[in-house]
Design a protein around this ligand. Structure first.
Ligand code: GLY
Length: 573
């Protein structure tokens, strides 16, 4: 008799605990005021800090740590808040990677990348003539992979201290009570209005009558209800029950292929992080199915034997060397990188010093290399992703990059559930071996297979100095992600910059094909001229990445910086 009584009491206690309401920290006059907030680009904090793409999301993460949570709690709460206040890339309908180091040195890599649905086929984006459709993998229902973010959040809970119901409450409040949008958000939502209307089958809170303007309050009741189902039922509040039903109904209305079993069977996976040395620093980054960690390892190893610091920051000599490393690493990307559960990725070789030396054997410091004489690869990613960096007082370092792929993903809002689905299927090679619409070639390694995860460039990264926490860094930016992280590391290590300069100085990017160097508009004009005279084709473009970084200073404070290129903002204490 005793056991059933005990079990019943435990069950009652569980129900009571679940039903317990969490006091709200969001609202006018509360710790987080969603109607009045400011962007803070940098600050040094003594204990704990967050840098993310939105001031309210960073504030949520900091408040959670102030309330006794650790950096994992903050990472979960910040991601959930971003899903509400930063719909362009924050998400529960997308996927991502979390990389962390605990104070005891334990490394954690959680892969919650989206996966191809069971009904996906290798040729699903080809027309009857075998040509790649220019839109099917980019917008609408067929563009989505099975979302991984919610599984990733619950996998992260293993390392958290606070209950999930407390971590999700700020996001629920932000969705239900609303928050004031910025000029940048208003303009981005207005620019996507037609795409939302075209690709969604039900009205959505992202579209209002007339145009959005800065200062408008955005309320997302359906998203709030979805988050509440997760608060009540955990991961099955998303991958099962009402939410799963709404996702599948949405798919059926738009000829999508994600089914109930796809959702039920999705799991986050633990991946062993990549580790290597760069000039006395220990670099830790994400393993495949991201290409990011491998790319930064390759690029840094290729330049390590040259005294880059003595060349001068963005001198023609330094930039030319760095470009040639970028060209070679990116050429390897398609041939050798994909989901390691489906394709054998030669990780050890790609990261080895011997291989780096071999790749640079034909490097000529006076002349531009030629991509057509280097092995083929596949480059085809959009740039709208988001990153958050977190550190707590105990020394937990958490670096998370998460994505819908393109801005606002597939632009399909799940009817009745209020969140956007990703268009991550576009990160697969739609037609291996044939040039894509950018003139690049796809690789077998990244061909579509049901259950497979598409190759990513996301590069959440950690740096240790003397085996002690030094830097947490990462960025959005599609294929520019690894080059941004690579340049941030070189700026910190070779040019002794502070974190602010390391992420905000002008950037350049070469990705093998197209054979050109993209530079930001404020890139050094003299260096540009000299590179041109060596034979480089240079194109100017808008901002590259939106990097968020935390650097531990010698006095123990955390220099926390948010990229100047967006509304990105820091918070801490
Ligand atoms: N969709 C961007 C990436 O995963 O690299």
């Amino acid at each position: 008799m005793r056991k059933p009584i005990l079990l019943s009491l435990l069950a009652i206690a569980f129900v009571v605990a679940q039903a317990q309401t969490v006091p709200s920290i969001v609202g006018a006059g509360k710790a987080i005021d969603p109607y009045h907030y400011t962007i803070v680009k940098k600050a040094d904090y003594s204990k704990a800090s967050v840098s993310s793409a939105h001031p309210l999301a960073s504030q949520v993460g900091a408040a959670i740590m102030k309330a006794g949570g650790n950096a994992f709690d903050a990472a979960v709460a910040t991601q959930l808040a971003l899903a509400v206040v930063y719909p362009a890339a924050g998400n529960i309908g997308g996927g991502g990677f979390l990389l962390a180091r605990k104070p005891n040195g334990e490394l954690i890599g959680i892969d919650y990348r989206e996966a191809a649905p069971e009904k996906a086929t290798r040729d699903m984006y080809l027309d009857k003539n075998g040509n790649v459709s220019p839109t099917l993998s980019l917008a609408g229902h067929l563009a989505s992979g099975i979302p991984g973010t919610v599984a990733g959040l619950f996998a992260t809970m293993t390392y958290a201290k606070l209950p999930f119901r407390q971590l999700v409450q700020p996001a629920i409040d932000l969705a239900e009570k609303g928050f004031v949008i910025t000029e940048r958000e208003a303009s981005s939502l207005n620019g996507t209005r037609e795409a939302f209307l075209k690709n969604s089958t039900r009205p959505t809170a992202l579209v209002k009558e007339g145009k959005w303007k800065a200062g408008d309050t955005m309320v997302q009741k359906e998203l709030g209800a979805t988050l509440k189902r997760m608060q009540k039922d955990g991961a099955s509040g998303f991958y099962g029950g009402e939410t799963a039903k709404l996702i599948v109904e949405e798919m059926q209305r738009g000829n999508g292929i994600i089914g109930l079993d796809d959702l039920k069977n999705y799991t986050a996976k633990l991946r062993i992080p990549l580790q290597f040395e760069y000039r006395g620093h220990q670099v830790i980054s994400f393993a495949p199915p991201s290409s990011g960690g491998l790319l930064i390892a390759q690029m840094l190893k290729m330049i390590e034997k040259y005294p880059v610091g003595s060349y001068g920051f963005q001198s023609p000599k330094a930039v030319q060397l760095m470009i040639e490393a970028e060209r070679r690493a990116y050429a390897d990307r398609a041939e050798f990188m994909g989901d390691p559960d489906f394709f054998k990725v030669p990780v050890k070789t790609l990261m080895s010093e011997a291989y780096a030396a071999e790749r640079m054997a034909d490097y000529n410091p006076d002349k531009a290399g030629v991509s057509s004489s280097i092995k083929a690869g596949q480059i085809k990613e959009s740039e709208q992703t988001t990153h958050l960096s977190v550190m707590d007082a105990a020394g937990n370092m958490v670096s998370v990059t998460t994505t819908l792929n393109g801005g606002y993903g597939s632009r399909t809002v799940v009817g009745g559930a209020g969140f956007l689905m990703n268009n991550e299927m576009d990160d697969f090679s739609a037609k291996p071996g044939v040039p894509n619409m950018y003139g690049a070639y796809g690789g077998e390694a990244n061909a579509i297979v049901p259950g497979k995860r598409m190759l990513s460039s996301m590069t959440p990264t950690l740096l240790l100095k003397n085996n002690k926490p030094y830097v947490v860094v990462g960025t959005p930016g599609g294929t520019t992600i690894p080059t941004s992280v690579y340049q941030a590391i070189v700026n910190l290590v070779d040019f002794n910059m502070n974190a602010d300069d390391a992420i905000n100085k002008p950037k350049f990017h070469h990705q093998w094909l197209p054979d050109e160097v993209a530079v930001e508009r404020d890139f050094n004009a003299e260096t540009k001229k000299q590179l041109q005279s060596m034979g480089y084709k240079i194109t100017e473009r808008g901002g590259i990445g939106r990097t968020e970084a935390i650097r531990v200073l010698s006095n123990g404070k955390k220099e926390t910086v948010a990229d100047k290129r967006g509304d990105d903002s820091v918070a801490g204490f």
